[in-house]
Design a protein around this ligand. Sequence first.
Ligand code: ZN
Length: 458
Amino acid sequence: MDEIRAGNVATVIVKDQSRIGRDVVEVGLLKRTFDEYNVRFIAANDNLDTANGFDIMSIFRDVINEWYVEDLSDNIKSVYRSKMRQGQFLGSFAVYGYQKDKADKHKLVIDEDAAEVVREIFQLYLSGYGTKSICLHLQEKGILVPSQYKKSKGLNYKTPYDDRYNGMWSQSTVKRILSNESYIGTLIQGREKKISYKSKKVVLAPKEEWVVIKDNHEPIISKEDFYKVQELLKMNRKNPKKTAPMGKFYPLAGKVKCKDCGSTMVRSGTKGTNANYLRCRLASKSASRECTNHNIKYSLLEERILATLQEHVNDMIDNQPQLDDIAAQLVPMEGGRKKELEASIKKLYQEQEKLNTGLRNCYIDKYSSEMDEDMFLRIKEEYSRKIKSINQEIEITEGKLSVYCSNSQISQAAHDILKKYSTFTELTNEMAYDFIDFVEIGEKNEAGEQDVIIHWNF
Ligand SMILES: [Zn+2]
């Protein structure tokens, strides 16, 4: 080094680059000295020569990077998460029903063939078919299970899930599809996390750490249908026995109550055709005399509900101009405010990106010893503070935006429901879910008449 500083050296040749040391700070100094005294550096075995544009520091780029990642693995995560928060899809494979946009691999677009199957599964479930009947139906139609479908499209897709059923549709696959929020446009990422930056092992992240973006991509299923299905899934989990023969559960399951004791009315008889009557559960317990049967023919009940429902819906449809007026007033006002919020969110993310880059450069400067420790700490502190505050601001603004979305969704939902039920002849699970809170059945009087009191959801 003294020789170099004395200006006696024009070229330094080493056998291979590993000879020049493992300490980046030291090499940083070396590089500066070389640059300052205009010394040419050649690593013979590696065929590297500063005269050919080789940069000594590049040997250490990996090392620097590792330090950076180690020190800042939280920050890296935040960059990654900020991408997720912008709705960029970072996974390897799109969920069944979607594909990566060919023009932008961080965007999901609908894969029409698979989406059609997803829609059919939701429709079947909403009209009362159980997951088992749905499997049989898909099997009969010769529809490929998601993993095989992806393979048929030439993707090297592996999953621990549906392969064990040998390409057969399983109830768990159907349930997974029915409960997957991706289908209403929600992007959920960050469900898994690595236990350390060095390890490949992943664990399930706690739910509050997931990055969830609503209305990120085009939905396949309407929100109304999706949430109805979630409710039905929940009901079925609680009451698997309510599933009727042929995999169909009846629309009023769990919603009919005895007017006198408040118990749920259950189907009498055992299975199949005998299950045409509903009866008070308390009375049906053989030992109990605490309540009477309150028997009612199921088809009769359904007819009465349908007739009343028809009246109600017609009333609502007559009032639709009023609904239209309200919606027309709401939409443009929200549109402007929504755009404003979206623009400021975009700006905040750009700012966040800049700060992250700045902090990263700051690390590189430090390790190439172009910045002393004190300075580094001060700048790092400043950056971290700014990043933290911008993250908070992003969160707040995104929260505001989500409120605006839901307002317009409400008026839309009202329209959709009315439109769908303007004509109907049969009481479906969907309708029962939308309209009926619960039904009370009274005991028959001497003339054979009984009360049917319907409690509507509206
Ligand atoms: Zn009763």
